[in-house]
Write a protein that binds this ligand. Structure first.
Ligand SMILES: O=C(O)CCC(=O)C(=O)O
Ligand SMILES: [Fe+2]
Length: 277
């Protein structure tokens, strides 16, 4: 049972809707981080990379592990998971990534999984950094707000730098929680130490409606957050406003939600009954 105090707030959900990413700095304690790195090094543990366990309830994954398993059992992490994909999500896949010292090439920008044709339901992807990750170490690069732009995986690989991009420069134990559509890539590791990052993707098992702590559901700041464009969007930020409104309608269950009449302009059609102002 998730403690309500660990659920996300409506403001955090609005950030997630707008940017597709939430950052939880230094959340995982050091002993868990140390053990997690040992487990990533342990090739037998890492053999689970791949899809043989896809569809297993997360609660049955890594039950014996005091590192990578313990991360997902932390009450705060349970609260984040519950808020985004429900209390009992399914494991989709994971990847324990290491980037060797003095790696000067980065990964190409991409979106994981082209097969996703769902309208508004989404998976969550966690990026977990078990050690301090300075800029030179190549924390994952993320493009905030890119999650509704469906692309064919590496179709965007020639894009190098986008206005508003953010690299995971963070303290040990930091978790990035992203919408599965976020554009991202690994960066070069210019240090003389190994860089570790563990990715976990989870599927929802319930409709993703009002799963977070909705005490602040009417907070007017939701509109400010949803209305904030990213620099890379240029004139196309209008499309993203529509996407965000539709997503917010889905997660709140409120079909009438609108922001600055963006959706209303599309919906006030002659065949619809117009509401007097
Ligand atoms: O290593 C990274 O920073 C990113 C890896 C990645 O793209 C992934 O696991 O999907
Ligand atoms: Fe990826």
């Amino acid at each position: 049972m998730t403690d309500k105090q660990h659920l996300l707030t409506t403001k955090q959900m609005a950030e997630f809707a707008a940017n597709g990413v939430l950052v939880f700095e230094g959340l995982v304690p050091d002993e868990v981080n140390q053990q997690a790195m040992r487990e990533i090094d342990d090739k037998s543990f890492n053999l689970w990379t791949g899809y043989s366990k896809s569809g297993t309830p997360l609660s049955r994954m890594w039950a014996e592990s005091n590192g990578l398993g313990a991360v997902w059992r932390l009450p705060q992490v349970q609260g984040i998971i519950h808020s985004l994909v429900g209390p009992d999500p399914l494991y989709d896949h994971h990847a324990g990534h290491t980037v060797a010292p003095k790696t000067i090439g980065g990964q190409h920008l991409h979106q994981d999984s082209i097969i996703d044709t769902r309208a508004w339901a989404f998976d969550v992807q966690f990026y977990y950094f078990p050690h301090d990750t300075p800029k030179e170490m190549g924390g994952t690069l993320i493009i905030p707000g890119s999650h509704f732009r469906r692309v064919n995986t590496f179709e965007i690989s020639r894009y190098q730098n986008l206005v508003g991009q953010t690299a995971a420069i963070c303290k040990a134990g930091t978790l990035f929680a992203t919408h599965c559509g976020i554009w991202h890539c690994a960066r070069p590791n210019l240090t003389d130490k190994m860089r570790y990052m563990f990715k976990l993707r989870l599927n929802p098992t319930v409709k993703q409606v009002r799963l977070w702590n909705t005490d602040d559901i009417d907070n007017p700041e939701v509109h400010h957050i949803l209305g904030r464009a990213q620099g890379w969007m240029g004139n196309e930020w209008r499309i993203e406003m529509i996407n965000r409104i539709k997503f917010w309608r889905y997660v709140t269950g409120n079909d009438k939600f609108d922001h600055s009449l963006w959706a209303g302009r599309l919906e006030n059609m002659p065949e619809n009954q117009l509401q007097p102002a």
